[in-house]
Design a protein around this ligand. Sequence first.
Ligand SMILES: [Ca+2]
Ligand SMILES: [Ca+2]
Length: 404
Amino acid sequence: MAKFYTPLLALFICTNFYSQTVLSEDFETGNPTNGTLPSGWTTVQENTTTGNSSEIWIVKSGADAPVPFAAGNGYMYDTTIAGFTGNYAIFDSDAYGDNNTPEQAALISPAFDCSSKPAGANVVLNMKHFIYALTGQSVQLQISQDGANYTTVATIANTSYGSYSLNITDAVGSSSTAYLKILYIGNWSYFYAVDDISISFITQNVPNAAENLNPVDGATDVPINVSTTGAKQILFDWQAANTGDSATSFNWYGGTSADNLDLSVTGANAGNYINWGTTIISGWQANTTYYWRIGSINSAGETLTDIQSFTTVNNDPLSIDELLIKNLELYPNPTEGIISVDGIDLNEIDEIEVINQLGQKVKKYESENLTSYSLDISELEKGLYYFKIKTKSNLTKNLKILKK
Ligand SMILES: [Ca+2]
Ligand SMILES: [Ca+2]
């Protein structure tokens, strides 16, 4: 499978057809002065052999992200980082110090009831979180159906922050007394903090197919561009269906045969270039017909568009000929009369025609009398002129010059 990439991260849009929340906690009823958790939440140091029972989760408010971040960082409340509001819950391992008391610090939710989950619904945990994890610390998210036996459903071991979402349908089953445990494991490590925890039943239908695909079906002369890093790229666009349940992401599939769309971009973005290849022989090819479709995805599945096709332009943007005229420039502009030709070998030019705004040819340079990189148009009247420059390889570039 070919390797593609898109320049932007996927944009996730989530509108749910049906949603019912069975646990919701913003920690605003906790006490940031003495650290007490909201009613129903508990915390315990589970390392009962070498742990320190006073090293537990607390509620805080208004504080900066702890060590190793600088004071005054504001990261906890920055909507582009943790995005917390007001109180939040935190286990700050660093604050408890190097006391040889390894931590397994649990934060446990009140019981929540999944017995009325509609058929086909998913149970989804959403929260905002911030883990700084460099020195062997990790966080386990665990679910229990009875408050006694817990199953680990996710392990978070790398530094991350912002919105976090996890499907816990299988783990909660249809328990009427389900619990969430957030277990911090470390030893004089950094910290883990959470806010805005919710657990909801979510029912979705698959999205309808994407619409208004571009290039349109059967399009010809579709341009191949070159990115600033030298990758060949083609612009693809589409729109999510207006009806039905929302897509949360899109996949792009393509290939040179309608029967074998062997190229793909997972999490593709509409209105962006898809890059493929950095040489003439690799990646997007000139004068070639491609087939493609879009998959619209949400938690219920994927819906594909019909396969459609387009044909690319005749010239590869990385060909010698294209590069020949890419850098061709005339300067200065505006000019008093003497113009310099730059970015091309004079021997490559076949002719230059100068055309006025009425479309009349007012001057012409043939290759045999092009002996200098300087062109003199001082005899022409003031105004705008079009320079039509043709190469011996039969490429044309048009440049506009204003004569003062
Ligand atoms: Ca809060
Ligand atoms: Ca400790």
